[in-house]
Design a protein around this ligand. Structure first.
Ligand code: FAQ
Length: 311
């Protein structure tokens, strides 16, 4: 019976069909999806903090409204993704506990500070740009609920990326001080955004199996290279310099050479030793604790609605 179930699963994967929550699936497939989707959800939720930092200080009402909308979208993405993970048998409470206890991973990128307004531009352009590049292929992931969540998320990420680009463009067309601020933000976010794609292929323990299961469609290094190739003409349009003297780009062949990422810094951030790891988790934990009364009130209200009417 198990062999039949495995064969049915293998056929669905081989034929580019989707695995749905009620289908049989190997335990390892379920586990790796819970791992990746919950990490992705946590990234969206923690990812609200670096930009949330600028909502009260945005330089105009219009900029403030746009930034609020973007951060709100990130909350929405986190919620879709938690729901997708829940279809695999983990509860929202378990995922939340893993995050606020510091046991869960979330993207390394959100452990860096946002000292200037130009960081809002660099995050949109580089971080959302990297997210799109990584996530468009995930729209074809073999697990239905994850793939479908990605479609809407990618549409919203495209708007986020454009708004970041436009912030940087406005700064690059501004005063000399504003141009320096924009370039400084690009210098600080460029390398960490490349690290978002994960470790090099020969140090990526999950890639081979995730690609065989058609969760991942391209390797970490392939997507990273594709991303840099997208950035080069955009950097030129902006008038900013990508801080990699070894970068070689050819319009026909794309990126032919690039410098080495500081992997020691990446692994330090993964261990929890990045500049903002402790602050990010503490803030999430406090927000969760301060929200306890809202959850209690919602549960009490739901119970009251479910109870039979007495009048
Ligand atoms: N940070 O074997 P691999 C966003 C871990 S976008 C932290 O290569 P895999 C939008 C990895 O989990 C950001 N950890 O792993 C936004 C694994 O550890 P584990 C979120 C990382 O899964 C924009 C170990 O290293 N996007 O939020 C990172 O095959 C602006 C070995 O790595 C996603 O999550 C990293 N950068 O490939 C929001 C996309 N890289 O679990 C707000 C979905 C690797 O064994 C503002 N995820 N690790 O303990 C993926 O595509 C994949 O999971 C990868 C990693 C590509 C991230």
């Amino acid at each position: 019976h198990d062999a039949d179930a495995q064969r049915a699963f293998d056929d669905l994967i081989a034929n580019e069909r989707r695995i749905e929550p009620r289908d049989w699936m190997p335990e390892a497939y379920r586990k790796t999806l819970i791992r990746q989707i919950s990490q992705h959800a946590h990234s969206e939720i923690i990812g609200m903090q670096p930009e949330g930092n600028w909502i009260t200080r945005a330089p105009s009402l219009k900029r403030k409204a746009i930034l609020i909308a973007k951060v709100q979208d990130e909350a929405g993405h986190g919620l879709y993704l938690y729901s997708a993970a829940q279809t695999l048998g983990i509860t929202r409470d378990e995922m939340t506990d893993q995050l606020i206890d510091g046991r869960a991973r979330y993207s390394s990128i959100f452990n860096y500070p946002t000292p200037t307004w130009a960081d809002m531009g660099a995050i949109g352009w580089l971080v959302d740009g990297a997210a799109i590049c990584n996530q468009v292929p995930l729209c074809r992931a073999s697990y239905g609920p994850y793939a479908r969540a990605m479609v809407r998320i990618c549409k919203e990420e495209s708007f986020h990326q454009r708004q970041g680009f436009e912030i940087l463009l406005a700064l690059m067309q501004g005063s000399p001080e504003q141009r320096v601020m924009a370039q400084d933000a690009v210098d600080r976010w460029y390398w960490p955004s490349l690290a978002m794609f994960g470790p090099p292929d020969d140090q990526s323990p999950n890639s081979a199996q995730s690609m065989a299961w058609k969760i991942k469609r391209f390797s970490n290094d392939e997507l990273r290279r594709r991303f840099v190739g997208m950035l080069v003409p955009q950097a030129e349009a902006l008038g900013v310099t990508l801080p990699d003297p070894d970068l070689r780009y050819d319009a026909d062949q794309g990126v032919t050479a690039m410098g080495e990422i500081d992997w020691d810094d990446f692994f330090a951030v993964l261990r929890g030793d990045g500049p903002c790891n402790a602050e990010r988790i503490q803030r999430r934990r406090t927000a969760h604790e301060e929200g306890a009364w809202v959850r209690e009130a919602a549960a009490a209200y739901a119970a009251k609605q479910a109870a039979p009417r007495t009048e």
